[in-house]
Write a protein of this length. Structure first.
Length: 113
C-alpha cells in the first residue's frame, strides 16, 4: 500500500503503521498477519490472498481490509480509502474481512455493532 494511505489514516486519527515502518518488508504473509494481530492492528492490503478465509479465518486476526481496484495508483485508491475511513468500519470490523472496490465495501463477516 502507498505510504500516502498511512498518512491519510493518521490524519483521520488512526494509529497507522506501514510494513516498512514495522520492519516487515520482504516477510511472508503469515508473519505479516501475525505481527498485525499481535499489535491488534487491522491489515490493509491489495494482496487478495489475505481475502481467503480458509487461510486467514475470521476471528484469528484483528481484521483484514483487501482493496480490489482495477488501478492501484494513489489517484484511484484515495477515494475508496476515504470512503472506508468515513464508513467508520475500523471500529466495528474486529476479526473480520472487508473487501473494498471502486464502488462499495463488502463485509465478509466479523462485523460487530
Amino acid at each position: 500500500m502507498p505510504a500516502a494511505l498511512a498518512v491519510l489514516l493518521r490524519q483521520a486519527g488512526h494509529d497507522a503503521k506501514t510494513v516498512p515502518e514495522e520492519n516487515l518488508s520482504g516477510m511472508d504473509d503469515p508473519k505479516i498477519i501475525s505481527a498485525a494481530a499481535q499489535e491488534g492492528r487491522i491489515l490493509i492490503t491489495f494482496d487478495s490472498d489475505f481475502g481467503d478465509i480458509r487461510n486467514y479465518p475470521i476471528q484469528t486476526h484483528a481484521g483484514i481490509v483487501v482493496f480490489r481496484l482495477i488501478n492501484q495508483r494513489w489517484a484511484h485508491l484515495k477515494k475508496p480509502a476515504q470512503r472506508l475511513i468515513e464508513s467508520r468500519l475500523f471500529e466495528r470490523l474486529q476479526g473480520g474481512l472487508a473487501v473494498v472496490d471502486e464502488n462499495r465495501i463488502r463485509i465478509r463477516s466479523g462485523l460487530t455493532r
